[in-house]
Structures are given as C-alpha cells and as structure tokens.
Design a protein around this ligand. Structure first.
Ligand code: NAP
Length: 308
C-alpha cells in the first residue's frame, strides 16, 4: 500500500491552498480530486471580493493560477475518488478508485454542492434547460428568456451574468426582499433586463426535449401562473459533501464539519478546511486561509506523532 504523510481530499481553493503550504513545508503530500481541480469557484464568472485583483478575476482564471502555483511547488495532484476513510492506529487508510493509500494525517476539503429545488421536471430536464451553472451554460441562451431561482448572492450575481446573453432574466424569489449583498442588489435592480418575481416559488418545470415553461406559485395567495422560459438556473444554496466522514468526525445539524480554529476535527489526524466546515463565511478568501492553517496544523501533528 502506498504511504504518504498527508493526503488532501478536494482540489478547490481550500485544498489547493493546503497543498501549497504542505508542499513548501516538504511534507510528502498527495492531493486527491475526483473531477477538475478548482472546485465550485470555477462556476463563478466574476469574483470581485478576493483581495489583490483590483478589477476582479474570473473563477476559472483564479483557480487555474492556484493550481499552477501548487504544481510549481511539486504538489502531486491526482485524479481519484475516495470511497472510504478508515482510521487504523496512528494511520488513516483511504480506499480510492485507484487503490489504497495510508496517510499520517488527512485534510478534508470536499466543499459543498448545489441544492436541488426538488420539483417535478427538474431531474428530467437537467442539461436540457435546467442548470446549476450560468458560467457553464449561459451562452446557450443567447437572445432567450431564462429564469433564476433564489435570492442570495449566487442567484443575483449569476442573473446579472446571464443578461449578457439572455434577452430577459426573471429572478424568482420566495420572499419580498433579497438575501444578496446590498451592492449586488443595487446593480441588479438597475439592470433593465432583470425582472423580479417576488413571493414566488416554482412548482414545476415543464418541457419536452427542452425546458418550455415554469409553473410559478405566489406563496401569498397560492395562485399559479405559467412563465414561458427556455432555461432555468437554480441557486438555492448548497449542502456539504461530508458523507465520507459522517461516522468519523463531529458534524453540525446541517452536516458541516465542526473544527477548532486550527482546523482540527474531534478525531486526531483528521483536519477540515473550506466550505465543508461549520463557519460564518464561505468564500474563497476564507477557504484559502483555512487551507493554510490546516496544512500547518497537520505538519505540527505529524511532527508530534514522529516524536511520540
Ligand atoms: P444562500 O445565501 O444560502 O441563498 C440561497 C437563496 O435560495 C436564498 O435567497 C433562499 O431564500 C433561497 N432558497 C433556499 N431554498 C429554497 C427553496 N427550496 N425554494 C426557493 N428558494 C430557496 O446561497 P447562495 O446565494 O448560493 O450563496 C452561498 C454562499 O456563497 C453565501 O455565503 C454567499 O455569500 C456566497 N457567495 C458569495 C458570492 C459573492 O460574494 N460574490 C457569490 C456567490 C455566492 P431565503 O432568502 O428566503 O432564505
């Protein structure tokens, strides 16, 4: 079985940042990523609150830079899906689709995934007009009508991005005010292509081959109307990818991993970083900070284990 000092699971901002710090500390580290490195940030068209980029930067560009930086320090990034994590004495064994790895410590940076709306037609029409990524699919809707569901930063920012392509963007929100940051709200209200559909939820997504319309219900009087759209982008929050460690470490009621300020979980040798943690603010800037701290804490833990 392959032996490593540190295994990082997840190649988003937290995992890559941990990888940069671990590689520079000359810890024998492998970062395992089951898809494309970069995490969910690659689906964000424009990030304007990550310090150091005066005019903002696109998610794919920022993450490509982070990955290149990590590789420059010889971080080994491997494409592998972790199936099981099993503590065995002072080691942690990871079963992956590419074999078993034994690690002295691990950093779980597996992030979050988009929530589903859970309505009729959503599953059937995913990829055929139903999308969770405007950056990926927005360009297919040039000159068309689309809806965005949700009222947070993601929904409103991506609605604005979609106005580059679509002729009309309906933002369907279940309340009468947005959750999104004020500056983002102001820009959206000033955008003539965006129309807000307040106090409303989507009951059903209809279409044959492609999305054709939505059944929208006003939550105040329960009246339903039909809204003709060619696409619907769903941004109703995220859920943690913590099932791998749910029986190993303490989670909060929503499934986020509970850590101390040094990213230690309640199980020695298992650290967590990024959006997967229970925390106040899930942003790139907090994810990279978590990753750096987790790597340094893991380094200290590995040193202590060698001495004991
Ligand atoms: P969020 O802030 O949790 O907002 C989710 C939105 O979806 C809320 O408006 C919520 O309505 C609505 N919603 C939830 N469940 C729903 C349902 N079943 N049906 C209809 N609507 C539903 O999530 P987010 O916007 O995806 O953002 C997640 C995190 O990423 C946040 O911390 C956010 O600040 C961050 N983010 C930041 C930026 C940025 O800073 N530029 C960009 C994107 C994301 P209620 O408001 O009624 O609860």
């Amino acid at each position: 079985m392959e032996k490593c000092e540190l295994v990082i699971i997840g190649g988003g901002p937290a995992g890559l940042s941990a990888g940069i710090y671990a590689a520079r500390a000359a810890i024998k580290t492998v970062l395992l990523e089951r898809g494309i490195p970069g995490g969910l940030v690659v689906s964000s068209q424009h990030i304007e609150n990550y310090p150091g980029f005066e005019s903002g930067i696109s998610g794919p560009e920022l993450m490509a830079q982070m990955e290149k930086q990590a590789r420059r320090f010889d971080l080994e990034i491997r494409f592998a899906d972790v199936w099981v994590i099993q503590p065995a004495g002072s080691e942690i064994i990871l079963e992956t689709d590419h074999g078993r790895i034994s690690a002295g410590a691990i950093i779980v940076a597996t992030g979050v995934q988009p929530n589903l709306l859970g309505v009729k037609g959503e599953f059937e029409l995913t990829g055929r007009g139903v999308s969770y990524c405007a950056t990926c699919d927005g360009a297919f809707f040039r000159g068309k009508r689309v809806a965005v569901v949700g009222g947070g930063d993601a929904a409103v920012e991506e609605a604005m991005f979609l106005t580059k392509f679509a002729e009309r963007v309906f933002v369907i929100h279940r309340r009468g005010e947005l959750r999104a940051t004020k500056i983002i709200q102001q820009r959206a209200f000033a955008n003539p292509k965006i129309e807000f559909v307040w106090h409303s939820v989507v009951d059903e997504i209809l279409g044959g081959d492609m999305v054709e319309s939505l059944t929208v219900r006003d939550v105040r009087d329960h009246k339903t109307t039909s809204l003709d759209v060619d696409g619907v982008f769903i941004y109703v929050g995220y859920r943690p990818n913590s099932s791998l460690v749910e029986d190993l470490v303490e989670l909060d009621e929503k499934g986020y991993i509970i850590t101390d300020e040094n990213m230690r979980t309640n199980r020695p040798g298992i650290f967590a970083a990024g959006d997967i943690r229970q925390k106040l603010l899930r942003q790139v800037v907090t994810a990279v900070a978590d990753g750096a701290i987790a790597a340094v804490a893991a380094e200290k833990y590995l040193e202590e284990m060698k001495l004991s």
